[in-house]
Design a protein around this ligand. Structure first.
Ligand code: ADP
Ligand code: TPW
Ligand code: MG
Length: 584
């Protein structure tokens, strides 16, 4: 094989162009594109520059969709959401150093949330990095990523790329899903090999996502405990939504007759208004349930780590793919370790052997409480306050989104997050995506784009004004790709609200204060979106109805009062001031 550069450099025509083609030879870039295609990757999200620009062109040439972003973190959020919604790894492409780091935050977030994704980053040649000699965009990226993501690999030779890609795929998908980093140094991207060497190296993975069957004993133990419960509950997490076994979950819930409680992103897996829904009975479940069956959900901070007010005599069954999650915060009386599909299949098969002994008053009691709580919620939503607060604005959003259940709802903020989650019922699985386990701001535009691209569905992103600021520039990506996404910004002028007072010794704005008079709709105008500025619930309802019907990029600036919203939304109790009663 002749590896000298036998194709003469073409004179620059000032256009980025695909890498030079050699007769019967290919570069590492083409091997990478082909290997990704071979494992079924049809979309990449990213931001190009040296050394990955030509690779993106080659991938496009191979028929892959490349969604180009304004910031790598957003491209990564899109890839993660793609992974979550499609049960295949989302792929993020970044340049070296800062591009890699910008994207890495999303890959780590994907790992925390158990979303499968692969970040592929170009990196500088090894020698000057290892000697710290100051090369272009030099950073020891593999070592930075290791320990923060589920797995991290580097590939140095084009002929190893198919194996590297398969390894990254399995690491992202198998067991607990997560974010994987694949480092591809410039010399590997540019190295030339014979085309037939590439063809021989490409391969189809056999059984890429193997079933993990739970032991029959664990299934019997779990069923015996569930059947003995007087006040049981099935607690659904986003792992259950991710597993895409919606009909089996429905059978589990309906055949047992047990009330269910969905975590935020599991809303819609079973309709929120299902007769067995205990979504409004969180505290009753926590305080009274004697057996809680966790289905793809972790006993982490979102569930007080199983401590706090949980019934001290309550017991847990946990259906979980990762054995290390078991006994992580509370003893688990009946762990069922396996993939959810296999575990629920096994449970459904044996269910007729067990008679549920649930107290016949338990579900009706929860249904009564639900009725009261629903009336309370309706009372919060009823006043059509102007200037609007979160609730009056949400009364309008609720009507439009619930009337269009195909819409995927993306949601971040503090009050904007908490109140939207409570106000808007979901009726379809995987139609709610939010800032999730890490409670991070800055997933909005990326997740909206990943959701729209990977499903073709309409998306509405309800964003606090602060939350929107983290990812706002990628609204332009929504416009460039003409995606059916409507961004709704609740502008209350700040983080939590806009009434923060600066201390006496400064004339600077208070730390929580942003821009109550900002006209976010004009940002939309800059990129040719449909835009609206609304000050009443009726205007908001009309604007949102029109925007989602158009299936075009749209941005609605919702003017709230600057005193709408409280500090930290529903989780103010986590502030240090709440612990030690500090007042400034
Ligand atoms: P939530 O925030 O909704 O409670 P979490 O992200 O905390 O959900 O928990 C999801 C859990 O689901 C994780 O522990 C993850 O390992 C698990 N999980 C993900 N996919 C599967 C699967 N296919 N089978 C079983 N468990 C899964
Ligand atoms: C990456 C801290 C939590 S919630 C929030 C911030 C900055 C914004 C709340 O204001 P918003 O919503 O969006 O206007 P609302 O309706 O309450 O006014 N940096 C990151 N993540 C987090 N979570 C923060 C900061 C935070
Ligand atoms: Mg705000």
């Amino acid at each position: 094989m002749d590896t000298t550069n036998n194709a003469k450099q073409q004179p620059c025509d000032c256009q980025p162009k695909p890498a030079p083609e050699y007769p019967n030879q290919v570069t590492g870039m083409r091997v990478l594109a082909r290997a990704l295609k071979e494992i079924g990757i049809d979309t990449m999200y990213g931001l190009v520059g040296i050394p990955v620009t030509e690779f993106a062109y080659i991938a496009q040439g191979e028929g892959m969709k490349f969604v180009s972003f304004r910031h790598e973190q957003q491209a990564g959020m899109a890839a993660a959401t793609h992974g979550y919604l499609t049960h295949t790894p989302g792929v993020l492409l970044t340049v070296s150093s800062l591009g890699f780091l910008n994207g890495l935050t999303a890959t780590i977030n994907a790992t925390v949330n158990c979303y499968p994704m692969i970040q592929i980053s170009g990196s500088s040649e090894r020698e000057p990095i290892d000697l710290d000699q100051g090369t272009y965009e030099g950073l020891d990226q593999l070592n930075v990523a290791k320990g923060l993501v589920k797995a991290a690999y580097r590939v140095n030779r084009p002929e190893d790329i198919p194996i590297a890609v398969a390894r990254a795929y399995r690491a992202a998908m198998d067991g607990r899903p997560g974010g994987v980093y694949l480092d591809v140094p410039t010399p590997c991207l540019g190295a030339v090999i014979d085309a037939d060497v590439m063809e021989k190296a490409l391969f189809k993975m056999v059984d890429p996502i193997p079933a993990m069957i739970p032991s029959p004993e664990s299934v019997d133990r779990a069923l015996a405990l569930l059947a003995s419960a007087k006040k049981p509950c099935i607690l659904l997490g986003k792992g259950a939504a991710y597993a895409q076994i919606d009909d089996k979950i429905k059978q589990l819930v309906e055949k047992t007759g047990i009330p269910f409680y969905p975590m935020s992103m599991a809303k819609g897996l079973m309709p929120d208004n299902h007769p067995q829904s205990a979504i409004s009975c969180r505290s009753e479940i926590i305080e009274q349930a004697d057996v809680v069956m966790l289905v793809g959900a972790r006993l982490n901070w979102l569930l007080s780590r199983g401590h706090g007010k949980w019934n001290p005599n309550g017991k847990f069954i946990q259906l979980e793919i990762d054995p290390m999650e078991i006994d992580c915060n509370r003893p688990i009386a009946a762990p069922v370790v396996g993939d959810l599909e296999s575990s629920i299949d096994a449970i459904l098969a044996k269910l007729p052997n067990y008679k549920m002994q649930m107290d016949p008053t338990w579900l009706p009691t929860l249904q009564e409480i639900t009725k009261k709580k629903n009336a309370g919620l309706a009372a919060k939503l009823a006043p059509q306050t102007v200037p609007m607060d979160h609730w009056s604005a949400l009364s309008a959003c609720k009507k439009v989104i619930e009337a269009n259940p195909d819409i995927i709802l993306v949601n971040e903020g503090a009050n904007t997050l908490d109140d939207t989650r409570d106000a808007i019922d979901m009726s379809l699985p995987r139609h709610r995506i939010d800032c999730a386990t890490w409670a991070i701001m800055g997933m909005g535009m990326g997740s909206a784009i990943g959701a729209a691209v990977s499903t073709g569905s309409r998306v509405v992103a309800i964003e606090g004004d602060s939350a929107f600021g983290f990812s706002g520039m990628d609204f332009s990506t929504i416009c460039r790709f003409k995606l059916p996404v409507t961004v709704v910004i609740f502008n209350n002028g700040g983080i939590y609200n806009g009434i923060g007072k600066p201390l006496d010794n400064t004339t600077d704005p208070a730390p929580t204060t942003l821009d109550i008079n900002a006209r976010y709709d004009k940002l939309g105008d800059a990129f040719g979106a449909k835009t609206y500025y609304v000050t009443t619930p009726a205007q908001l309802e009309q604007a949102l109805t029109e925007a989602v019907a158009s299936r075009e990029p749209a941005l609605i600036d919702v003017q709230l009062a600057n005193d709408a919203g409280k500090e930290s939304g529903h989780i103010g109790y986590l502030n240090p001031a709440a612990l030690v009663d500090i007042t400034v």
